[in-house]
Design a protein around this ligand. Sequence first.
Ligand code: ATP
Length: 970
Amino acid sequence: MPDAAPPETLATPATPSPLSGPAHAATAEAVLAALASDPARGLTAAEVELRRTRFGPNLLPEAPPLPAWRRFLAQFNQPLVLILIASGTVTAFLGEWVDSGVIFGVVLVNAIVGYLQEAKAVDALAALRRLLAAHARVVRDGVRTTVAGADLVPGDIVLLDAGDKVPADLRLIACHELHINEAMLTGESLPAAKHPAPLAADTGLADRLNLAYSGTLVTRGTGRGVVVATGRATETGRISTLVAEAESLDTPFTRKIARFSTRLLWLILALAGLTFAVGVARGQPAVDMFMAAVALAVGAIPEGLPAAVTVVLAIGVKRMAARRAIVRKLPAVETLGGVTVICSDKTGTLTQNAMTVQAIWAGRRFYAVSGGGYAPHGDIRPDEAGDAAPPPAASADPIAPAAATPLSLPLPLPGALGQTLLAGLLCNDATLAEVDGRWQVNGDPTEGALLAAAGKAGLGAAELRRHPRRDVLPFDSQRQYMATLHPVAGEHEGHDGHGRHALYVKGAAERLAPHFTAWLDPDGNERPWDAAAARNFAAALARLAGQGLRVLAFARKAHDLGDAVGEVGPALDHRQVAGGLVLLGLQGMMDPPRPEAARAVAACRQAGVQVKMITGDHALTAAAIARRLGLTVPEEEATGAAVGDSAPGEAPRQAYSGAELAALDDAAFAQAARQCHVFARVEPAQKVRLVTALQAAGEVVAMTGDGVNDAPALKAADIGVAMGEGGTETARDAADMVLTDDNFATIVAAVEEGRGVFDNLTKFVVWTLPTNLGEGLVLVVAIVAGLAIPITPLQILWINMTTAVLLGLTLAFEPIEAGVMARPPRHPERGLVDRVLVVRILVVGLLLVAGSFLVFNGKLASGGTLAEARTLAANLFVLGETAYLFNCRSLHQAPWRVPLFGNPWLWAGVGLMLALQAAFTHLPLMNRLFGTAPLSLAEWGLVAGLSLVVFVVVLGERWWGRLGTAKGGA
Ligand code: ATP
């Protein structure tokens, strides 16, 4: 069959297509028949196995990575390296074989180190990306399950929902307002409205409305389709270049470093040229001066810097992944460290998303529901205290179990309580299952809780069979409700979908309230919706929400659809929900805060990072949960701490609702965004406005999001955070970072790691710049002042090559310092090195130069040879840099407060460095190569002692600096 495939489904031998004709021209039934698939039951496990062997995995061909040799060669394509190669070549022509060899040695080592580091960083990022591989919801063996996208085979029945990425090429069987963004394939930026009807065979790619293409994004609605092509055979698979997402190691910081390095390079080259000119003018041999100029360039240019930055960032990515935060874009690693505001969803991120219905209000009566988790076991009792009492002030306790006797089962379904529970059961896409004695929810936890509550009243599978679903308006966070259509029990048989139906709606209470025209009393009579009914409803809602319960309202509407229900086309639309609703009742569910979230909120407060809860939930529910998390301060404190523009004595608002925000002008909105910590009933579109307002106030904003409409806010935020478990593929695509456990505490952990990364970058820079400065200055001073050179160019090359890798780079592995989260966030505009650090860099650079001249001249004065004097000076440099390394282990704490063996790499580097220096000094071969001479024990002692001076002086400088800060602050 595949041989006969027409061009539209052109099959490659690796992944043949099972269809003989274009899928869009055939009816859905014909395609299903050709693929031997059942639209309701899907394929069997055995059939899936067979097809997997035949068609292969559903993977798109990855663009071949840049071959290793090309990545290696790319290491040489840097200005500094090219200069070195040119100098090495000139030196070779001059017959200075040793010098030329060392220069090429430097080049080679540099390239190898750079290559290895880059390869590691690229691999780490690619591995993380694979962790985020997409999943697909399918029906197999009659059961809905989730499988890895790669496991799909032709004939699989796939379910699509808003926010999904289409996992393979599908022929759609059913669509409900299904809109798909196909820009990546067709260039059309408006989402295409999909429809399952067959089309003409010559319909173009962009107009095949009954197909969903692999990799495109569902923006709205739901759908069901059968897989017609997988892997390479998909439309996307054929344009494989689209799939190749290059791993970029560029970040704003690496670019800044690159710019800095280039500027430094020109400066140093100019200095080198000047030194050469001065030396020659003073009558020095041109060859020597050329070598000196080259050594100056090599010594003074911090060539290890770009590589070190990449290493530090790559280590950061790895450490964050170990703490369940997966960085999708490398720049996020450095931005995270500077985050000043975290805007977080409530449900599932700050709370456990483990919902249990605890209270019901129906027919003007309160009921208490017992039982925990999703087990459909427990009692529903009248809560008489609740009925009698006026709405109490917000309390931390959920509804207390009522003493009244449990209701007898089965509940009378016409009554308000029965109808409320029935609505929760019918207007529901989740299922419950008992696995190893534990009840688990498959689907939305909110809906799982409603199933469990219905189960406690004896409502379950039998009711679902009696009320088959004819149509659905899926939940979306913009509209905040969901509706389903059911034939009225007992009347649907033989009616073929026509006749009397009931519409069940559940959703945010205030969203549905304007559409109520009646309420149901305990006996099932519809009473008119009047002012008293509205007041009663509002009081019940406030009472439940004030306890931190997540409240959903339930309503129904009788519906005579006549012929509206058909095989094709929706019978329900949103206009039908607007108006004529009969309120059935409210269900309030508990979603306990995550204990670790409360700790993370406290950590943020200490770290000077503001936390704002941005939720789709009710303001009172949100405020109650916020209080429990320690997110908002208690009332009295707030009054005392009235901020900024609030009127005297007036407390800043504890919570704003989306509607209130919408009414604010830009200035008031900006103030609210800055001062308030809880934003409730916020629509996804308002999140963008919040992000921009905060950014305009100079904040660095991390924002979480999980829905399809959250993508713009995630993109606008400095750090867009998506959920790995609960979120949509669209949100993950837009995010900079994905949390594998959907947990707020993980964001805070990532911020902590981000701060650690920035610390380590700073440490490296603060260590490397004085050593480069010292190495360069030694030559400049000697030549310009006409003194003997204390360290030969060759020795400088050696020092530079060994210390940068063995000493400096080990700082990248320093663990996070204890106090990182006790400091305020780094100011986004601030450079890496402040004035204090500039002073330190100058002090250390000058100390190294002075020390080397001292030992060099001292040795010569006491009758030592030039080789001995130079060996002393060179060793002073290396040991001085080693001692200074220990000053750099922490930027904020005294060296002895840093765990001595916290960084094994540092000790390994120091050990190797000392061994190399011993060889450099004592091995005859090295003596010949580098013009060195063995030192006595006393001389080693002298060098070590002077190095300690560097250490102590830096200690003193820090102490002095702190004294200055303390005085300045007083
Ligand atoms: P967060 O934004 O913090 O995750 P949330 O889950 O409440 O909070 P949404 O998912 O946007 O935010 O839900 C908004 C509101 O819509 C909820 O408060 C609830 O009233 C209602 N709602 C949530 N889930 C459903 C559902 N499955 N069916 C009907 N209504 C729902």
